[in-house]
Design a protein around this ligand. Structure first.
Ligand code: FES
Length: 89
């Protein structure tokens, strides 16, 4: 799918990832994008199971898989991508 120049963030909403943390991480990512006025730079959407449930909860960002996520890890990843140097995680 063509996503122009935006960063493609796919959060796995399969039952395993969803119940193990991504239900909450959807809100974490949305809040981050809104608070930092980044929505126009990102195509953020849910995805079906990536068949890597044992490594979840996970998110794909521009095709790269980030596994074993929790709120702190997701925020650190987003800070890394968007160049924030705040290390208060
Ligand atoms: S539910 Fe997320 S990889 Fe299977």
């Amino acid at each position: 799918m063509e996503t122009d120049n935006r960063i493609d963030i796919q959060i796995c909403l399969g039952s395993s990832c969803f119940s193990r943390g991504n239900k909450h991480l959807v809100k974490v990512v949305e809040n981050y994008l809104n608070e930092n006025s980044l929505r126009h730079l990102v195509y953020f959407h849910g995805a079906h199971c990536f068949s890597s449930c044992d490594r979840g909860p996970l998110i794909h960002i521009d095709g790269k898989e980030y596994t074993g996520l929790n709120e702190d890890k997701v925020l650190a990843i987003l800070d890394g991508i968007f160049g924030k140097s705040t290390s208060n995680v």
